[in-house]
Design a protein around this ligand. Structure first.
Ligand SMILES: [Zn+2]
Length: 111
């Protein structure tokens, strides 16, 4: 995918987030709205006996999960990690995460 192959557009198409020409925009694929994602929040016990709160079911860009992870880690004061479809915060933060994810308009499944 080169920048200069294919047809040249007569009018530049502008990114609706940064406002720059899409040919130079670095925003990447658009974020998937929170309300179109259905997440499950579960408490899991690890082999070492420690608890982890796992949020799964994301269908957005990994970068979107990664930035959410940063916010949730700060909010819980705990470490965490994420992959392409889920994130995990160390410790039991189920209530806190459900509350925050609801505020952010994510749809939650399960109790
Ligand atoms: Zn942009």
């Amino acid at each position: 995918m080169g920048l200069f192959d294919g047809t040249l557009l007569e009018r530049p198409v502008l990114c609706d987030r940064c406002g720059s020409d899409l040919k130079v925009c670095k925003c990447g694929p658009p974020d998937v709205p929170a309300e179109s994602q259905r997440l499950r929040v579960a408490l899991e016990k690890r082999k070492n006996g420690k608890l982890a709160t796992v949020v799964s079911g994301f269908n957005c860009q990994p970068s979107q999960i990664a930035s959410l992870l940063v916010e949730l880690k700060n909010r819980c004061g705990a470490g965490g990690t994420c992959d392409a479809t889920s994130l995990e915060i160390q410790g039991d933060h189920v209530q806190k995460l459900r509350l925050r994810l609801s505020e952010l308009k994510y749809k939650l499944v399960g109790k």
